[in-house]
Design a protein around this ligand. Structure first.
Ligand code: NAD
Ligand code: MG
Length: 398
């Protein structure tokens, strides 16, 4: 693969945590990129600001009611403005070399698939779209010859540790977990976790959804499913290891006993810089790892009793595409409900478990073969989750 320079790039979810880190990397290597599209859900001022900073050609807001405000915020810049879900999809079809998929949740599925179909390579942060429709996603990528570059730090680590010629000699893939804010809490204390406790991640500053997923460890569950699709490795060879220092992000164990690990500071600009530079490696002023400062690295097994989400996700992966789709949908609703104070922390995994049981009769055995099917299943998973949460609290949720 030879790369022409400069390359065109679009950022979906440009106002988020990954979006901001991506903008930072691009600004350091400005002569290598032409920014085509930046998108956001509803934050007009932030979207206009990042569009201006990056000199984007088009800024798109998912919320259609924000179009006039976005136009006003961009006036005089020469940057086009658009709004609404259809405009996001249309923007995803604009031909570019690389799309950074950094929308959170299943909302990122349709635009990312549209970008793949339009011929872009994908720097993929949005793990939920693989959990929602991983087989469809990877099949679409293969059909269109799209390179999927993992932004998620653990998967980026594994991508770097995997040797193309030796994939058959992979004995196991291990992704590490910081363990989140409740690693050392008792099961009893975890019953009265507050929203603020759960938002206090020990190692990473991230958007609210993934921060809560890290606290429940559903994030690692989603990441096992993500790794299965990205690397075509079955569940029994995918492992999670708790590593509170977040220095080793992942490692591959080969059939000859070699273990190839990836180390780095806990900063998303590092995997993002790798994806943006790939297959080369440019100089980027990311934080450097100082192992003498870190001193020691520790590892421990995850606690499946206190973190049932890990088992829910593992079982869903082994059950099939419908189950991971429903797992993701229910989890998105449950995390939102926790963040709005409607359910307790432990209610997140309980809701997901209940919804998986409820959905089994309707969807058991179904494959997720089209984006429409994936989104219909996702909508039903969300409905079941709202229903389960409503039942639990005797409140109406419609
Ligand atoms: P975030 O909440 O900070 O940002 C999300 C972005 O998506 C924002 O720009 C928002 O405007 C946009 N968005 C949200 N809902 C949307 C919708 N319905 N339609 C269109 N746009 C929408 O999230 P984040 O932490 O940057 O995470 C983004 C993705 O990257 C997630 O899938 C997450 O799991 C993954 N990820 C994040 C990190 C991290 O360090 N933050 C690390 C690994 C993976
Ligand atoms: Mg990760």
């Amino acid at each position: 693969r030879r790369r022409k320079a400069p390359r065109t790039i679009s950022i979906f979810g440009a106002t988020g945590s990954v979006g901001a880190s991506t903008a930072d990397v691009i600004l350091q290597r400005q002569d290598e990129f032409i920014v085509e599209v930046v998108t956001a859900k509803s934050r007009v001022a932030e979207l206009a600001a990042v569009a201006r900073r990056l000199g984007a050609r088009l800024a798109v807001l998912d919320d259609p009611s924000g179009l006039a405000a976005l136009r006003a915020a961009l006036s005089g810049s020469g940057i086009e403005a658009a709004a609404g879900p259809a405009a996001i999809l249309e923007a995803a079809r604009r031909p570019v070399d690389l799309v950074v998929a950094a929308i959170v949740g299943a909302a990122g599925l349709a635009p990312t698939l549209a970008s793949i179909e339009a011929g872009a390579d994908i720097a993929l942060a949005n793990k939920e779209c693989l959990v929602c429709a991983g087989e469809l996603f990877m099949a679409t990528a293969r059909r269109h010859g799209a390179q999927i570059l993992p932004v998620d730090s653990e998967h980026n680590a594994i991508f770097q540790a995997l040797e193309a010629d030796n994939v058959r000699a992979v004995e196991g893939i291990t992704i590490t977990a910081s363990g989140g804010p409740f690693r050392e809490w008792t099961a009893e204390a975890m019953r009265s976790v507050t929203i603020a406790d759960a938002l206090k991640h020990p190692r990473w500053t991230m958007g609210p959804k993934i921060t809560i997923d890290s606290a429940t460890m559903m994030n690692k569950g989603l990441e096992i499913i993500e790794a299965h699709h990205l690397f075509e490795v079955e569940s029994s060879r995918l492992h999670v290891l708790v590593h509170p220092q977040s220095v080793v992000h992942g490692f591959v164990t080969y059939a000859d006993g070699s273990v190839v690990a990836h180390l780095g500071a806990a900063d998303m600009r590092i995997p993002i810089a790798h994806c943006l530079g790939w297959p080369g490696r440019g100089a980027v002023a990311t934080p450097r790892l100082d192992l003498a400062m870190v001193g020691s690295l520790t590892f421990e097994k995850p606690d499946f009793e206190r973190f049932p989400s890990l088992t829910l996700a593992r079982n869903a992966l082994e059950t099939g595409g419908w189950a991971t789709n429903i797992l993701n949908a229910a989890n998105e609703v449950a995390v939102d409900s926790f963040l709005s104070g409607a359910i307790a922390f432990l209610g997140i995994a309980a809701t997901v478990s209940e919804v998986l049981d409820a959905a089994a009769s309707a969807f058991g055995g179904q494959a997720v073969e089209s984006v429409e099917a994936a989104l219909a299943m996702d909508a039903e998973g969300r409905r079941l989750a709202r229903e389960a949460i409503g039942r639990r609290h005797g409140v109406r949720t419609d």
